[in-house]
Structure formats: structure tokens, C-alpha cells
Design a protein around this ligand. Structure first.
Ligand code: ZN
Length: 337
């Protein structure tokens, strides 16, 4: 299945509910199913409802989608699978509009699919960056609401990024003496985040959360860096030289991200900047094995709490002002409320 690169091959491998459910089943219980009610292991899939498996000892039914973003969705599993495949393999990712065209679903469904799958693009257990790491900040333009993106009158947000510097010949990091040039390198993994300002507190919080202690930090020598403890700091004096020359890899990442946000989304929207950044990082860090990352996406998705429509659009659910919030699902009709 990992070799199913093209959409048509992929659609053949996951042509119906049963093949998707079987894949989910193996992903979720790699060591074999254990009934959550009785602890026995004998189980049968229901022919009419392939998402459900019934314990042959106690009769308890377990859904392969329980606890995943797909839970209780009435969308076919094939739609979820194909959407995840498109979002991970398409060279620039997928906007909701593109997904709508490719899958023949409504715009609202496509938009919620992209939002929910993007939320799965952060691995909470991901390893921090290590070795030699370039860190820098950049201003990125964003657009408000549905207005057209015009760089002249766009707002700006501040993004901080970090990237691992890898030696081409050994494929490993090699810290050098201070101020030495890092030639013949490539970029490893990256991290990006929006920060509110250039203060030491903002920068330190990002570095501490994303870079392993002991790493060598290559920076532009901004006054907010020296407070960082537990790292080897090697500031590159920018002075006359442009930052993209002394810190080439993080600036390459910034410019790719700018181009991608314009090409795919016609400019980032402030409200969703974090999910867009996560998507970019997810795709960048898997750029050499994109065709298998849909599995990561669905696998990661299985560890996520289901998000409701109202969580995603960051509005109060009008139906749940009192009492507990009913979980709304991606393919529910528009609320009348
Ligand atoms: Zn049982």
C-alpha cells in the first residue's frame, strides 16, 4: 500500500469501506485485537457495517474509528483516505477548493476535511531538533477574512523558525568551531511558529520547546538570544551581509513557506496561521517520503481527540450554551441556529 503513489492506484487499493476499515483495524491493533469489554481476542467484522467489529465471546461491538477524527462521520472512509492521500502527496498540499474538485464533495465538507486532517499534522511526541540548528525570525504577510491578498495592505505576523543543518557527505550534523562556515550542507527537519514579538521570552520559549539541549544554535546575533542557557550559541554577525547568506537554510524555508502560502492559499489567514504552519512543517519534514505519509497522517489522526466544527471555527456552539457540548460532525448539515 505504501507504494500506491498515484491517486488512481491509491483509490484502487482503498476502493471501498471494507478495505479502508481493514487497514484501520491493522493500524489500530497491530498486535491483534483485544476486546475492551472482556479481554478476549476473537473478533469478526460485520459484513454490512465494516467499521464495526464484534467480539465473538461477549458480543461487544467496537468501531475502528472510535477516538479518531473520523469517528461518527457519515462520510465514507474512502473519502477520508483519499483526502489524506491528496493532502500529503500533492506537491503543494491541497486547499479546500482543490479537494472539493478532486473528490466531488461540497465545499463545506472539503473545508472541514482539510481542517481536521491538518490538526493531525502535529505529532505530540515528535523529537526536538538537534545537532546544528539555524534559528531566525521573519515577517509574513497575512490577509483578513475573504478580502483579496494584496501585499501592500496586508497585515504582518512574526514567525520564528528553526532548521537542522546536515552535512551532505555524512548525512549527519557536525558542529564546527565558532564562526566557521558551514559549506556543503543540506537542511534537515524544520519547526515554525508564530510569536507575538521578538522578546527573549518569546524566542526562548520556542527554542526550548523545539530544540534539544546541547545543540549548536546559529543565529543572526539578535539581542534576545544570549539569555538561552543549555545551548552552544554561535551568532553569525549579519552586519553588511544579508541574513539569507549567513543563515541560508532557514531563509530558504521561509521563502518556500511564503510561496506555498500564496500559491495554495492566496495568503495565510491570521486565525488559522498555526495550522497552516503545522501543515507546511509536516510536509517539509516528510518531503523525501511523501507517498507514505498519508499513513502517518491517519495514524496520527487516530491518536487525536475528535474536533467539532465549532472548535475548528473557534466559535461557541449556539446549541450548547448550557450543558455539555454535543459533538458535531463534519458531514452534518448546516446548523439552523
Ligand atoms: Zn468481548
Amino acid at each position: 500500500m505504501a507504494s500506491a503513489r498515484s491517486l488512481s492506484q491509491f483509490q484502487k487499493a482503498f476502493s471501498d469501506e471494507a478495505s479502508c476499515a481493514a487497514f484501520m483495524f491493522k493500524r489500530r491493533w497491530p498486535d491483534g485485537f483485544v476486546c475492551p469489554a472482556c479481554g478476549k481476542r476473537r473478533v469478526a467484522a460485520l459484513k454490512s457495517r465494516p467499521r464495526l467489529h464484534e467480539c465473538l465471546d461477549c458480543g461487544r461491538q467496537t468501531s475502528v474509528t472510535a477516538g479518531t477524527v473520523m469517528h461518527r462521520s457519515r462520510l465514507p472512509l474512502t473519502t477520508w483516505f483519499w483526502a489524506a492521500h491528496l493532502m500529503t502527496t500533492h506537491s503543494n498540499g491541497m486547499s479546500a477548493l482543490q479537494l472539493q474538485d478532486q473528490l466531488g464533495v461540497t465545499y463545506k465538507t472539503a473545508w472541514l476535511l482539510t481542517q481536521k486532517l491538518r490538526r493531525s499534522m502535529v505529532d505530540p511526541d515528535r523529537e526536538p531538533l538537534e545537532g546544528v540548528v539555524e534559528v531566525d525570525q521573519a515577517e509574513i504577510a497575512f490577509r483578513e477574512g475573504d478580502t483579496f491578498f494584496e501585499p501592500g495592505n496586508a497585515g504582518k505576523i512574526l514567525v520564528i523558525g528553526a532548521v537542522e543543518i546536515i552535512e551532505r557527505d555524512t548525512n549527519q550534523a557536525k558542529p564546527r568551531r565558532k564562526h566557521a562556515k558551514y559549506l556543503d550542507t543540506r537542511s534537515g527537519r524544520i519547526r515554525l511558529a508564530m510569536i507575538s514579538d521578538n522578546s527573549s521570552a518569546s524566542i526562548e520559549a520556542f527554542v526550548n520547546a523545539n530544540v534539544k539541549r546541547g545543540a549548536t544554535l546559529l543565529t543572526d546575533g539578535h539581542k534576545s538570544y544570549p539569555g538561552l542557557t543549555g545551548y552552544r550559541h554561535d551568532p553569525r554577525v549579519v552586519g553588511k551581509m544579508a541574513a539569507h547568506i549567513v543563515l541560508p537554510w532557514i531563509h530558504r524555508a521561509f521563502s518556500l513557506m511564503r510561496r506555498w502560502s500564496l500559491g495554495t492559499y492566496h495568503g495565510l489567514r491570521r486565525k488559522h496561521v498555526d495550522t497552516y504552519l503545522n501543515e507546511f512543517v509536516f510536509r517539509y519534514n516528510r518531503r523525501y517520503y511523501r507517498h507514505v505519509s498519508f499513513e502517518t497522517l491517519l495514524g496520527l489522526a487516530a491518536d487525536k481527540e475528535p474536533a467539532s466544527y465549532w472548535d475548528i471555527i473557534k466559535r461557541d456552539n449556539p446549541r450548547s450554551r448550557t450543558g455539555s457540548a454535543p459533538l458535531l460532525h463534519i458531514d452534518e448539515p448546516e446548523s439552523a441556529g
